[in-house]
Design a protein around this ligand. Sequence first.
Ligand SMILES: [Zn+2]
Length: 51
Amino acid sequence: MTVKHTPTGIVHKGTKGGTTGCRINTKIRSKHWVASTEKVTCDKYGCRNEK
Ligand SMILES: [Zn+2]
């Protein structure tokens, strides 16, 4: 499951209403976030790097 930040077009790991892999809270400016099935494009630790 991924979530897209529409102003930047960056896709993060996570779900809308939760926290992304890189620790962004999607409840803040929630209108900027949409649920996505696209591949992660964020390169920050936690989104790109699998454990
Ligand atoms: Zn991210």
